[in-house]
Design a protein around this ligand. Structure first.
Ligand SMILES: *Cc1c(COP(=O)(O)O)cnc(C)c1O
Length: 370
């Protein structure tokens, strides 16, 4: 259905067509070219901290390649934050590996360090040491990186940092998207900046980036003819979509400010509504507030608000349904406390686009209050 006010829509900056036109003028209409290289440079400069970035066709592709580079193979187990979008987990199954779900902590809504350690110990005791930990900065809120990193170090299990929702967020002043052994970004149409569809893998060495690009371009050996010693993928970003990305990078900081302002405005105007709570940053975390989310007092209350908004053609959405509750993943192991299920029952994402007007926000607030 078409809404009057959407959850999160693309918001062009104005310079995107300049980069697309130059691709056409130079006939770089291919999954490589100056825009791909330029977009990667822009991301590396933004992320800092010795970042090496490979621009890819999607965040899901970046997750898939991360798991391959982490050495995940058929039959292996991979720990996954249960509270997330399915794309965080699907690539585990592409490899014939098994996700092991870990529930969330109450504060950040992200993977619980206590449950993570319990899960790692238990899997090891069963002779199945996990090959990777997929942790997610949900809605832009950083996960408890120091605690997760400590466990990752102690048991020598790499972190795949799913920062698809968290470009511009920070943990202790460090950019999300630079914290994991492998870090994943997404530029899908609903994200804080978009290339229509696209993603990126950030790693800490040039060598790893080269390997990612090699795998993303059909794993061609260095030979004058097409020779392959490994299975490859067609995962490189198009030079056209990378042009959109270069234009979007020029306005990324404005987009972060606008999303954070949306959240603040909702918080100021809805805090006095009984039973509505807002997720808060702690002293370590800075959220890009990709989506403005609220917690209501009950599932009934949440549905009441959602349906009221729907009647006025305003899009809102319950929080991600945890993976351990998904029909497609029902046969996998989980270390579950009930926190994510409760968040799913009571939480709602409100319209959050950086292109929403003050009138749009007032309209949402008014409907919730009435
Ligand atoms: C959007 C998203 C992805 C997937 O990114 P795509 O570019 O759509 O493939 C992965 N994880 C999370 C948490 C996301 O929100």
């Amino acid at each position: 259905m078409a809404y009057k006010i959407w959850l999160s829509t693309p918001h062009m900056g104005g310079e995107e067509m300049k980069y697309i036109n130059s691709a056409f003028e130079e006939n770089w209409v291919a999954p490589l070219g100056p825009n791909v290289n330029g977009f990667e440079k822009d991301l590396e400069n933004f992320l800092g901290d010795d970042s090496f970035v490979a621009a890819l066709s999607s965040g899901t592709a970046a997750l898939h390649l991360s798991l391959i580079l982490a050495g995940v193979e058929a039959g292996d187990e991979v720990i996954c934050q249960s509270m997330t979008f399915s794309a965080s987990v699907n690539p585990v199954t592409y490899l014939g590996a098994k996700p092991v779900f870990v529930d969330s902590e109450k504060d950040s809504w992200n993977i619980s360090p206590e449950l993570l350690e319990e899960a790692v110990k238990d899997r090891i005791s069963k002779g199945k040491k996990p090959k990777a930990i997929v942790a997610v900065h949900l809605y832009g809120m950083p996960f408890d990186f120091d605690s997760i990193k400590e466990i990752s170090k102690r048991y020598e299990i790499p972190i795949v940092e799913d920062a698809a929702e968290a470009l511009g967020s920070e943990y202790k002043g460090r950019k999300c998207g630079t914290l994991g052994d492998f870090s994943v970004l997404s530029f899908n149409g609903n994200k804080i900046i978009t290339t229509s569809g696209g993603g990126a893998l950030r790693v800490g060495t040039e060598e790893l980036k080269k390997k990612a690009v090699f795998l993303a371009t059909q794993a061609r050996d260095d030979a004058p003819y097409y020779q392959h010693s490994e299975i490859g993928y067609n995962y490189r970003m198009s030079n056209i979509t990378a042009g959109i990305g270069r234009g979007q990078m020029e306005v990324l900081n404005d987009r972060i400010i606008a999303r954070r302002n949306n959240f603040e405005y909702y918080r100021q105007n809805l805090s006095d509504v009984a039973g509505i709570k807002f997720p808060t940053e702690n002293q370590d975390s800075f959220s890009n507030r990709w989506l403005s989310c609220i917690l209501t007092e009950s599932q009934e209350k949440r549905e009441e608000i959602r349906l009221k908004l729907l009647k006025s053609e305003i899009e809102s959405r319950p929080l991600w349904k945890p993976m351990h509750l998904q029909p497609v993943f029902k046969n996998y192991q989980g270390y579950i406390s009930g926190v994510s299920e409760d968040l799913f029952n009571r939480g709602l994402c409100l319209p959050s686009g950086s292109n929403l007007s003050r009138e749009n926000l007032d309209c949402v607030i008014e409907k919730i209050k009435c």
